[in-house]
Design a protein around this ligand. Structure first.
Ligand SMILES: C[S@@+](CC[C@H](N)C(=O)[O-])C[C@H]1O[C@@H](n2cnc3c(N)ncnc32)[C@H](O)[C@@H]1O
Length: 210
């Protein structure tokens, strides 16, 4: 798959390494730590939709989650493997695209996305959402963190209503929080954190009847 090496993402990981990439904080994302500390997410089968250098999945593996994760960048996955090796944890690490998840249907209790969905092209957004929906067990949860409009107008800076509209046919939104985060380049960026629950077949179809 030569195009994989040509993506900007793989180039970025090759050229700069995690220490120089703004989203690589070198510590697990606070929102994830909070979900685990509060018990809102408990150990089970979890899918991280883009691992980068692996900080979040390694954190979860240390907390006894059974972690599968992937990234389109081979170099990022290499960094993640090394991080898992040093931490002495087992993680299922794949070089793959979140637009074509190489896992089974209904395999996961929890999936999360820190910074993937807002990079998905508009015409692939439904594919992304369907893929995530497909790999989650009924009633399990998906946690999304994506850019908000507060960062300024852009095709991938979302308003709350857009998120509700995009995900609403597949997930019941439990809560949405608008948050800011000081990223690795010293810039504060704005995000929506969205906790949602997979509609089971019956609730999705009853929704269609509304
Ligand atoms: C903003 S970074 C976030 C990384 C990580 N979640 C974190 O919070 O540190 C986005 C990641 O998505 C990966 N990526 C981009 N397109 C992808 C795709 N189609 N499938 C899987 N990963 C992809 C990039 O290689 C990069 O590691």
């Amino acid at each position: 798959m030569s195009s994989r090496h040509e993506t900007g993402w793989d180039r970025a990981y090759h050229r700069y390494g995690p220490d120089c990439l703004p989203w690589e904080l070198g510590r697990p994302r606070e929102a994830l730590v909070e979900l685990v500390a509060s018990g809102r997410v408990v150990p089970g089968r979890v899918l991280d939709l883009c691992c980068g250098a692996g900080t979040n999945p390694v954190y979860l593996a240390k907390k006894d989650f059974d972690v599968t994760t992937l990234d389109i960048s081979e170099k990022a996955v290499e960094y993640a493997k090394e991080k898992a090796r040093k931490a002495k944890v087992e993680i299922n690490l794949l070089v793959a695209s979140y637009l074509n998840l190489p896992v089974k249907s209904e395999e996961f209790d929890f999936a999360f996305d820190f910074g993937c969905f807002h990079h998905v092209q508009e015409n692939s957004r439904t594919t992304f959402i369907e893929e995530v929906h497909n790999v989650l067990r009924p009633n399990s949860t998906f946690f999304l963190v994506c850019f908000s409009y507060e960062n300024g107008p852009a095709w991938n800076h979302f308003r709350r209503e857009e998120i509700e509209e995009l995900f609403g046919d597949f997930f019941e939104i439990t809560w949405i929080k608008h948050v800011s985060s000081l990223e690795g380049d010293g810039i504060t960026r704005y995000f929506y954190e969205v906790m949602m629950k997979k509609y089971t077949y019956s609730s999705a179809s009853s929704k269609e009847l509304e």
